[in-house]
Ligand binder design. Structure first.
Ligand code: DMJ
Length: 454
């Protein structure tokens, strides 16, 4: 599957960001636009390496060495978060795996282009930065000029590691500042709202979510602790407190017994869960396994419950792949109701959770569920020229969206491969995955950490 996705990207969209597998050309409407930034190459390269596709890896490495440069000439706005998780994260993993300093230097070069976004009164970065001018801003739709929790809260792993491998402290300083701001904020009921104004340092709308706008902030608290070989106690405490509040105020069980995370808008509870929020099954299991305390038993139970619900969201469709977002009402459970929520864009989160739960519980059902997803992907998303998303999972033969997302190779296929591999391949004892599926080494434990020697 990976060969098929990669080879067709090479054939029809080489050097561009993503492939349109049906029209057999580049996808210019991706989050990195029409620029030739090789997004699929950078995002997918560690997957190729892990799978032993070495010729393909070499081809991608050469493209990056030769073409990923002159960023200061690009007069366009880029997402700080997406650039970090896909480019900086992807390159750092390739550096760690291979020791090839070209990857480290490119990661640093790109991360430096993000730094102007941190020039705000609080140090909370703006969402978008122009690589040429350095001007930065927030999205117009984000609660009165707010920055977004899942974006500014998902930089810690890459920035800390980058400081350690380059010897340049500036990156860690930036994420430490973000951490301090968050530590000192009042949290309504212990919860973190999704919007924070970088100028005033005040929360925007009190919208709380384990899905879009919140998700990977929680993930990076736990993973910062893991990455530091359990030395970053502040991160672990923040994770434990945050998840305690989330489980207390956002976890629900449906009439038929399905566990799910709701969203909160001030006091209003929305009984909806995003596909994105399905990553939380894996996260809770990882958090429970790495610290065996009184809460662990509860968290592993919730992790398995969330995995089951997300699996149900797949099973209750015609194509056996889940919708973007699903609801719980008196009439339906784990199903999308609005047309706009019925699409599937090759997202990884459900398979990611199967991967963690397989590694941590060894229950065969997670491999079986992963294999069912493979069959469904082959039947409905595979085309003669790559893989596509689909527009309505409740139809037998849905319309295809004609986009092979870069995270399909970076995450979906990587987690599937690892689900069926030995535990020693990118072991959870030595590696911690960034939110785009790029494994980063654990400090002091993994010899591939490759810390800068002065
Ligand atoms: C990926 O870019 C990352 O997993 C991110 O954390 C959330 N969205 C996509 C995949 O769905």
């Amino acid at each position: 599957m990976t060969k098929h996705a990669w080879d067709n990207y090479v054939r029809y969209a080489w050097g561009k960001n993503e492939l349109r597998p049906i029209s057999k050309r580049a996808h210019t409407g991706s989050i990195f636009g029409a620029a030739s930034l090789g997004l699929t190459i950078v995002d997918g390269l560690d997957t190729l390496y892990i799978m032993g596709l070495h010729d393909e890896f070499k081809q991608g490495r050469e493209w990056i060495a030769t073409n990923l440069k002159n960023l200061e000439d690009i007069n366009a706005d880029f997402s700080v978060f997406e650039t970090n998780i896909r480019y900086v994260g992807g390159l750092l993993t390739c550096f760690s795996l291979t020791g090839d300093v070209m990857f480290r230097d490119k990661a640093e070069e790109i991360a430096k282009k993000l730094l102007p976004a941190f020039h705000t009164p609080t140090g909370i970065p703006n969402a978008l930065v122009n690589f040429k001018t350095g001007a930065s801003k927030n999205y117009g739709w984000a609660s009165g000029g707010s920055s977004i929790l899942s974006e500014f809260g998902t930089l810690h792993l890459e920035f800390s590691y980058l400081s350690d491998v380059t010897g340049n402290p500036v990156f860690r300083e930036k994420v430490d500042t973000i951490r301090n701001v968050l530590q000192n904020m009042d949290k309504p009921k212990g919860l973190y709202p999704n919007y924070l104004n970088p100028k005033t340092g005040k929360w925007g709308q009190q919208h709380m979510s384990m899905g879009a706008l919140g998700d990977s902030f929680y993930e990076y608290l736990l993973k910062a602790w893991i990455q530091s070989a359990k030395q970053d106690h502040e991160a672990r405490e923040m994770y434990d407190t945050a998840m305690d509040a989330v489980v207390t105020h956002m976890l629900q069980t449906s009439q038929s017994g399905l566990m799910y995370f709701t969203e909160l808008k001030y006091e209003r509870v929305e009984h909806k869960m995003d596909h994105l929020a399905c990553f939380s099954g894996g996260l809770l299991a990882l958090g429970a396994q790495t610290l065996r305390n009184t809460v662990s038993t509860k968290h592993i139970e919730v992790a398995e419950g969330i995995a089951n619900t997300c699996h149900e969201s797949y099973v209750r469709t015609n194509v056996k792949l889940g919708p973007e977002s699903f609801k719980f009402t008196e009439a339906v459970e784990a199903k999308a109701l609005r047309t706009n929520d019925k699409y599937y864009i090759l997202r990884p989160e459900v398979i990611e959770t199967y991967f963690y739960l397989w590694r941590l519980t060894k229950n065969q059902k997670y491999r079986d569920w992963g294999w069912d997803a493979v069959q469904a992907l082959e039947k409905h998303c595979r085309t003669s020229s790559g893989y596509t998303g689909i527009k309505n999972v409740y139809q037998d033969d849905p319309v295809k969206d004609d986009v092979q997302q870069s995270f399909f190779i970076a995450e979906t296929l990587k987690y599937l491969y690892l689900l069926f591999s030995d535990d020693s391949l990118i072991s959870l004892d030595e590696w911690v995955y960034n939110t785009e599926g790029h494994p980063l080494p654990i400090k002091g434990v993994n010899p591939y950490y490759r810390e800068h020697q002065p």
